[in-house]
Design a protein around this ligand. Sequence first.
Ligand SMILES: [Ca+2]
Ligand SMILES: [Ca+2]
Ligand SMILES: [Ca+2]
Length: 382
Amino acid sequence: MPLYPKNSRQRLRRRQESRKLCYNARMLSLLSLAIAAPPLEVKPFGFVRASGSWIQDDDASNADQDGFGLNSRIGLGAKYGKCGLEAKLEVDLTPEIQPKDVWLSGRPVCWFGITAGQQKLPFSIHHLASDTRRLLPLSPRIAGAAGIGRDLGLSADLQIPIAQKVRATLWGGVYNGEGSNRIQNVNQDFEYALRGLITPFGTRDTVFEGSAKDLYLGVGGGWVYNLTGEGEGAEERNTLGIDLQFSWKWLSLQGEYIDVEVFHASLDVPDFHIRGGYGQLGFYIPAPWVEDHLEIAGRLEWVDPNTAFEDSGLSGSGSSAQPLYQASRIVTVGANFYLLKPGEKLAIIHDLKLQLAYSHPEEVEGEQVQDDNFTGVATVRF
Ligand SMILES: [Ca+2]
Ligand SMILES: [Ca+2]
Ligand SMILES: [Ca+2]
């Protein structure tokens, strides 16, 4: 007589087999977890941007501002998981060595993220797009006059997905308000920024100007508040901006309006506004041979750097030939040559291109300034 009845031996074998299966399944699930764990992506990047410009010499100025310039930057980006941790470190090498973006960002869930460190304030498309991803070689003057840059701070963003696409994004942040590469908060006051962007057809991963042949519409608005200086020298700035960006196939349109209200603690210094806006257009020539490689671009802009004053002719000396206070209207036309197709992923960030543009600023408050200029920029991005 066998020790165990036949059916109990079978049961034992079945139990052993099922235990083995269980073990295998556990190993498999551990293995699949290891495979599914998001890999850590570390990516070096950088660019070299060489520019040359010719600027008409005004009779009142003895400075010849024609010349060449070189900008170069290197950086390192690290990403863990699609909605996990991300870090960025980038440093300008020329014209001088200085840190640009230095931040760490965490997304506990895909639709919400927090970023800490030196970062761009969420304001204006032109400001948020990298220097290498812009439609024209020179920035509209209002972008520089508004003076919104990078700052040390803490920000949060909220992405609102509807039907699997991000249709709206909100940003908010608190910053030092002392400008780039300033750790100390000199006046112990903070700078605040808020931005909202509606993107009915989905958002872009990277901010850039122009078209990548995608259908894109972005309607945005932002506000920045900052108090700089102390006592009688204190200055308060309220900056409002609205922006619009559209692209489809060969065409791209973009416009912004920015108004900076400047208050002074001292009653001797008049309060004023810095106001300006621009509209620009890019169009790829859809002809054989040049299709996806040749884009014509144009921009109409208006700026008043100080609504309380107007200066006649040139203000400032040496290399700052721009009128400091008087309003200008500027017409710019340009052409861009791309060495990669816009449909390709790399071309979305304009990796290899040559840009040429001619600008005619017309002064509208005081005397005319001879300051027409021609600029060429070659960009290599990796
Ligand atoms: Ca401050
Ligand atoms: Ca003025
Ligand atoms: Ca002029």
